[in-house]
Design a protein around this ligand. Structure first.
Ligand code: AMX
Length: 544
């Protein structure tokens, strides 16, 4: 997506037929214009291009460009494949807000480097090196911070604080994912107007090229939904603005700009790709079109096929945090998924994206890599594993399983060399607050659901057993111990799909940080590795 100033747009409208013809071959155009420009110019440009290309309205051939706008969105229009937004001032334009923040944060980092480069942050021990770098502080991640006891804070705000402060679709409802994205990117709580403007902008950016669907269709239906999702993201990569700008010699100081464009496009397009996969796999390929009047979470829910306002609220909840209003609790749970969006930088998916992006790979490549990490059973696949495991308990012992039978089943799982999915964590040392929110939700809205009752029994049975094992550092449930049962209750029963929801949510955290990686000019990540010989020699010398 290109940004053009109004004057440039005027020039475009007057330029020669041959130039327009060449422009029209570049791809599709979104036109974002200032109110001082007037939509008639955009219409004129569109008509000129359409005239030259001789294609029908809506054929998806034309479209690209984006005029400069430091302004709130006033109206959105579309004419065939050229669409534009009109804006008034910079307050409601996320990119403009970010551009204002970046210089001060660059200065802050520079000062840290100058004043404190050699300040110690702790010592590295052998068990950290051979124990997956646990407890080793080694990454800069601005968007969130995880406290082992308290849980996650997004830009300093806890989940309940986010629920209270971030704008919701309706009073008392779950925060809108767009608000969380704004918060993660800017560190500021957005107004409802800013969130609405961002919602509109994401709709504008959400067109998915056909080849993406064809790439997914080329996979067998048996391919895991996460494989299909990553394939979709890789197919989206061909439109990377960062890659094009880099090839054209963009200077380092401007790297964040096409990273921002790619990131917002990616976030905007993921619900379409994800819902396409769901409908392809489980609903005979009957795709439901987007509804641009809905917010991000509600639209995602609708495209999945859950039109019920309850499911839409569930989606918002899933995507953002965990809170609810009875009338809308299905969307609320989906909104909760969005509280999976960020869990500081060291978890497998976030760290993978950060690492891959440090090689200046674009956001699509970086996020695709992150998804592959998320697809592992010790990380994002755990929500699938939990529901499948709970169902296996029911298959073997029935729904009215006693605590004694459940203990036996947990021990059987452990003795067969498997983990109890949904329990334990690399950093947290208490029950995950995201689990607690979902539990409160379930207690309120589905207390009689047999699978929820089983989840509750597990909460009593599993921690003492894991403690008894003697090696598990956190015997308490994590976020994945609960979400599947909620989704299952409201009809999203296909466990193999759950990690895709997690992936859509995580794009918000990962992409926000990738933009800051580029804005702060963070370097190539390249920690030192050593061999066992090296470690043994080092330890011998240290002991002497
Ligand atoms: N069931 C059985 N054993 C467990 C366990 C569990 N739920 N959690 C930890 N352990 C075991 C580990 O496998 C390890 O055993 P080992 O020494 O024989 O290899 C030992 O306890 C020590 O592990 P730890 O330091 O407590 O945890 P970790 O940081 O190495 O691993 C995690 C963290 C999440 C991978 C682990 O707790 C686990 O496998 N949990 C189950 C899978 C799961 O729920 N993953 C989702 C996590 C949240 C997320 O990312 N979405």
């Amino acid at each position: 997506m290109y940004r053009l100033h109004g004057s440039l747009l005027r020039l475009l409208c007057c330029c020669s037929t041959s130039l327009l013809r060449r422009l029209s071959r570049i791809g599709s155009y979104h036109i974002l214009i200032g109110s001082n420009v007037g939509s008639s110019l955009a219409v004129k440009l569109y008509l000129s291009l359409k005239n030259i290309c001789g294609r029908g309205v809506g054929d998806g051939f034309l479209s690209k460009c984006h005029c400069d706008l430091k302004a709130p969105i006033q109206s959105s229009n579309s004419l065939g494949s050229v669409r534009w937004l009109q804006v008034q001032s910079s307050d409601q334009d996320l990119r403009s807000q970010l551009a204002e923040l970046i210089p001060e944060q660059q200065e802050r980092l520079k000062k840290l480097k100058t004043d404190h480069a050699k300040t110690q942050l702790g010592s590295i021990t052998v068990d950290m090196v051979i124990g997956g770098m646990r407890g080793m502080t080694g990454l800069l991640w601005e968007t969130s911070l995880l406290d082992p006891e308290e849980g996650i804070r997004f830009r300093g705000l806890s989940i309940p604080e986010c629920q209270n402060l971030l704008p919701a679709a309706h009073p008392g409802g779950e925060p809108l994912p767009e608000g969380l994205l704004w918060l993660l990117l800017t560190g500021k709580v957005p107004s409802k107007e800013q969130v609405d403007a961002l919602s509109k902008e994401l709709h504008i950016r959400s067109t998915v090229p056909d080849h993406v669907y064809r790439a997914i269709d080329s996979l067998p239906l048996s391919a895991h939904p996460m494989t299909q999702f990553t394939t979709g993201v890789m197919a989206l990569q061909v439109q990377s603005e960062f890659q094009k700008a880099y090839e054209n010699g963009l200077s380092k100081a401007k790297f964040w700009e096409p990273t921002y464009e790619d990131s917002l496009n990616l976030i905007a397009q993921l619900p379409l790709v994800a819902s396409y996969i769901y409908r392809r796999l489980y609903k005979n390929g009957q795709v439901i079109p987007a509804d641009n009047s809905l917010d991000y979470g509600a639209n995602f829910s609708r495209m999945l096929g859950f039109d019920d306002p309850k499911m839409q609220e569930l989606m918002r909840l899933y995507v953002t945090i965990h809170r609810t209003d009875f009338a809308n609790f299905v969307i609320e749970i989906l909104l909760q998924i969005f509280f999976y969006s960020d869990h500081e930088g060291g978890n497998v998916s976030a760290h993978t994206a950060h690492l891959v992006a440090s090689a200046l790979s674009d956001p699509y490549l970086s996020f695709g890599a992150a998804l592959n990490g998320l697809a592992g059973p010790l990380h994002g696949l755990a929500n699938q594993e939990v529901l499948l495991w709970i169902k296996s308990v029911v298959d073997e012992c029935g729904e009215n399983i006693t605590a004694e039978q459940l203990k036996e089943y947990v021990w059987k799982t452990l003795k067969s060399g498997k983990v109890v999915p949904g329990y334990g964590h690399g950093v947290l040392r208490k029950t995950d607050p995201r689990y607690t929110c979902q539990r409160e939700f379930a207690l309120k809205h589905l207390p009689d659901d047999p699978l929820f009752q089983l989840v509750s029994k597990l909460y009593e049975v599993v921690p003492p057993i894991l403690t008894e094992l003697g090696k598990v550092k956190n015997p308490w449930p994590n976020v994945d111990a609960h979400s599947g049962v909620l989704l299952n209750h409201f009809g999203l029963t296909e466990a193999r799909y759950f990690t895709v929801l997690f992936g859509v949510s995580r794009s918000i955290g990962i992409c926000s940080q990738l933009i800051w990686d580029r804005a702060l000019g963070l370097p190539l990540e390249r920690p030192k590795s050593v061999t066992m010989d090296w470690l043994e020699n080092h330890c011998k010398k240290a002991a002497a």
